[in-house]
Design a binder for this molecule. Structure first.
Ligand SMILES: Cc1ncc(COP(=O)(O)O)c(C=O)c1O
Length: 383
């Protein structure tokens, strides 16, 4: 036990100890903790405000009446319901891929897909700051993996030149909006490299789905690269306001994963109400494109305002990280902001590299320019 308490003490001294802080209630862009005034929630990934959308809530209620609360089994037993197939058809249409498969979460998808498709003798080339679920999926697969410096396609090419020929199958993996930096990869160059070095390309569009592209399908759609990207993974848990994840890929890949992906096979399927919410969220995405346009314009506005007061921001999306550097300082600014009614969580190592602690502002459609102006005014007093 002393090992556990040593760990906790050390974390506390380094300003790295995590604590849970429950909200009693949440509403459009706001978080209510017990007995306190609400705070502006700048840490949620509910980018489009869909988690409170009346159409999506109504769809959930209807699905409970039709199917009950839980799905009661894995889809390969009796948990398969027509609405899973309806959602998969909608995803494959949106992503313009032959097939789609729903996973219970983004974490489970990345682990379940990578570990099923690759094995010892294969190789992954993964961006250094790809999400933990990608790292865990690569580890579980048992294949070798090499991590290239963040968004450094020259470094990737060096690794490909050196290592590609030693392995059978090879996969390049990137996020299309990086969750902690809010930036995009050079997807066109990644496509060229995958073709040159006989690899396949896997993208995680968790933070791009619903925000980028003409139809909100993501960065792959925005760049017209659908044909060139082999595996498009994404989640319903962020901009789409609900829960669950998907892979859009070839029909053969989907059939293979239904038979081989342990995360898909050995877990109870998502509750039908969540699937109904995901279907309704895709309809809202189609019917309300203005939400994503307003959001991205507001994110630009916030970046410019922060720059004007001398702060360093990263990225080019609705995720606006403000780099502080020192973890203890990031925690203290975050606490001060909370007193001023802004909820901006500090992101610290090991989630981000040493000395790059940051306040990660995730903007939502529910935050208007008055809120943004007030935030800039408050943070200006603290840095
Ligand atoms: C890039 C990325 N992939 C996957 C996930 C996991 O998704 P989920 O929260 O649905 O498990 C996340 C969420 O934090 C993420 O940021």
């Amino acid at each position: 036990m002393s090992e556990l308490s040593d760990f906790l003490q050390q974390r506390a001294q380094q300003g790295l100890l995590r604590r849970l802080i429950p909200a009693e209630r949440r509403d459009k862009g706001l978080r209510y903790c017990q007995g306190e005034e609400p705070v502006i929630d700048f840490s949620s990934n509910d980018y489009l405000g869909f988690s409170h959308h009346p159409r999506i809530k109504a769809a959930m209620k209807e699905a409970i009446d039709r199917f009950g609360v839980g799905s009661s089994a894995s889809r390969l037993l009796s948990g398969d319901l027509s609405i899973f197939h309806e959602l998969e058809q909608k995803v494959s249409r949106l992503k313009k891929k032959e097939g789609a498969l729903i996973f219970n979460s983004g974490y489970q998808a990345n682990v379940g897909i990578l570990s099923a498709l690759y094995k010892k003798g294969d190789v992954f080339f993964s961006d250094k700051i790809n999400h933990a679920s990608i790292i865990d999926g690569m580890r579980l697969a048992g294949a070798d993996f090499f991590r290239f410096r963040h968004n450094d396609t020259d470094h990737l090419e060096q690794l490909l030149k050196l290592k590609r020929a030693d392995f059978k199958q090879a996969l390049i993996i990137t996020e299309t909006i990086f969750s902690m930096d809010g930036d995009k990869p050079d997807l066109n160059r990644l496509v060229k490299l995958k073709e040159k070095y006989d690899c396949l390309l896997f993208v995680d569009e968790a933070h791009a789905t619903g925000i980028f592209g003409r139809d909100g399908a993501g960065v792959v759609e925005e760049l017209g690269l659908t044909e060139k990207v082999d595996f498009i993974m994404g989640t319903f848990s962020k901009a789409l306001g609900s829960f669950g994840a998907y892979l859009a890929a070839s029909a053969e890949t989907v059939d293979y994963l239904i038979n081989q992906s342990r995360g898909f096979i050995y877990s109870t399927a998502l509750p039908p109400a969540l699937i109904a919410a995901d279907i309704a969220a895709l309809s809202c995405l189609k019917d309300e494109p203005d939400r994503r346009r307003v959001l991205l314009a507001n994110a630009d506005y916030l970046r410019n305002r922060l720059k004007s007061i001398g702060l360093k921001t990263l990225g080019e999306s609705q995720i606006v990280p403000i780099v502080i550097g020192d973890s203890v300082k990031a925690v203290s600014i975050s606490e001060e902001l909370a007193k001023r009614r802004f909820w901006v969580c500090p992101i610290r190592p090991p989630t981000v590299p040493a000395n790059s602690a940051r306040l990660r502002v995730s903007l939502s459609y529910d935050h208007d320019r008055d809120v943004i102006d007030k935030f800039v005014e408050e943070i200006n007093k603290l840095v």
